[in-house]
Write a protein that binds this ligand. Structure first.
Ligand code: T4K
Length: 382
């Protein structure tokens, strides 16, 4: 008789969904020395300009504007395009996506998502368009691109703007085309939890130089010259310390990506035989941004519900996250909207019950990923 497998040993220290990539101090210190000697800490300094130029290249977009965080960037994208009335948006996202609409006095109109990509479903958008609709706001959730061709077709037909929340899509390409090539404006988040980060930070990518000029004014109080303020702007500026961290992190990006890809390969191989569990994958032709490793735990087929899996992993010191539960349409500030009714969002409602983001960061290593898989196997067998 074979004895039952030994239960996995919990991690000694907490294993979070992510840990920030940090450059070694040797490569960061020269940037700090520059800042210290110049005494220039913010307001479009040298580091800011250098990072903007490098990111234009890295993201393959003609114009980039840097921000103090992704949320303010998205808020300003709405201002720059003068969006108003209603904007059609996915409910399966982080609160920031819907909240920037409210902060712009715009009503979010929630459209259900596609069952495969979990991004806003163009087939659900058309029926929600009214005379008040000014834009479609899609989220490339987990770096999976929205159906950009179909969304653009609808936008062109109905005269709408298209804004993409690309917070998770740094480095995503569709058949070799950079993700910021689609829509009027794309927002990237450089929060500490993102693969590429500046501690807090973000950017807008766009292909229209006039839009870039307007965005740069909007993020700096609308100041045109010392003597002239031409629009009600806000303070959305990235500072020099953030930009310096970004420059150093850009140099560490490839190594981090390689480690994350190896970890995802472990998850792919080791979780394939778990009943009802699927690792969410990129569609064909799409480059993985390696931002998240998300599994879907089918509520009908898996022996254990997602919430139980999350709770049991915690006993092993693993803090997986339910990105994105609850749906934005379930928040108290939105749940009474006509478009927020669960009956009209069945695909998103189900996804929010089934997704679980597993730890994904270079320092976890393949061995760490194997241990997380051992734990998942133990949890699912219990
Ligand atoms: N749109 C989308 C689709 C987004 O996902 C986000 C942000 C935005 C817009 C807005 O962009 P930003 O304004 O943030 O640039 C985190 C992030 O704070 C948030 O940026 C991110 N999405 C979201 C998906 O995740 P929380 O509340 O889950 O973060 P928190 O503090 O629980 O951190 C998660 C784990 O990361 C921790 O358990 C440990 C680790 N961690 C975190 C921080 C902050 C670290 O190891 N070090 C750290 O410094 O929102």
């Amino acid at each position: 008789m074979t004895s039952p497998p030994k239960p996995p040993t919990p991690f000694d220290a907490p294993v979070y969904v992510t840990r920030p990539m940090l450059p070694d101090m040797e490569s960061f210190r020269p940037h700090l020395d520059d800042i210290w000697s110049s005494g220039w800490l913010t307001n479009n300094g040298d580091k800011h300009q250098a990072l903007e130029a490098r990111l234009q290249d890295v993201l393959g977009v003609p114009d980039i504007a840097l921000f103090n965080n992704g949320t303010i960037a998205l808020l300003i994208a709405c201002q720059a395009l003068r969006l108003s009335g209603e904007v059609i948006v996915t409910p399966f996202t982080f609160p920031a996506t819907a909240h920037v609409l409210s902060w712009n006095n715009i009503t979010p109109v929630f459209a259900d998502i596609d069952p495969q990509t979990l991004t806003i479903d163009p087939r659900r958008i058309e029926r929600l368009i009214t005379r008040q609709t000014s834009a479609i706001l899609g989220v490339h959730v987990y770096g999976i691109p929205c159906d950009v061709a179909e969304i653009q077709r609808l936008a062109d037909y109905y005269g709408l703007h298209v804004v993409y929340d690309a917070a998770h899509a740094f480095g995503t390409e569709i058949d070799g085309q950079p993700i910021a090539a689609f829509g009027d404006i794309s927002m990237f988040s450089f929060h500490a939890t993102k693969l590429f980060h500046t501690a807090e930070g973000g950017a807008l990518g766009m292909r229209d130089a006039r839009l870039k000029r307007r965005i740069d004014l909007l993020k700096n109080f609308g100041i045109k010259t010392e003597d002239e303020v031409i629009m009600p702007g806000i303070n959305g500026k990235m500072n020099e310390l953030q930009a310096a961290l970004g420059l150093a992190n850009l140099d560490a990006l490839d190594a981090e990506r390689r480690q994350r890809a190896a970890i995802k390969a472990v998850y792919r191989a080791r979780l394939a035989d778990l009943p009802g569990v699927t690792l969410i994958e990129m569609p064909k032709g799409v480059t993985d941004s390696l931002q998240y490793a998300v599994i879907r735990i089918d509520a009908d087929r898996a022996p254990v519900h997602r919430d139980t899996v999350q709770a049991r992993l915690r006993d092993y010191n693993v803090f997986a996250r339910k990105y994105f539960f609850p749906l934005c349409s379930q928040y108290s500030c939105y749940r009474n909207l006509p478009s927020a009714q669960p009956a009209s969002l069945p695909v998103a409602e189900r996804a929010a019950q089934e997704v679980l983001s597993l730890p994904l960061y270079g320092a976890l290593g393949e061995e760490g990923a194997h241990r997380v898989c051992d734990m998942l196997h133990a949890v699912m067998a219990a």
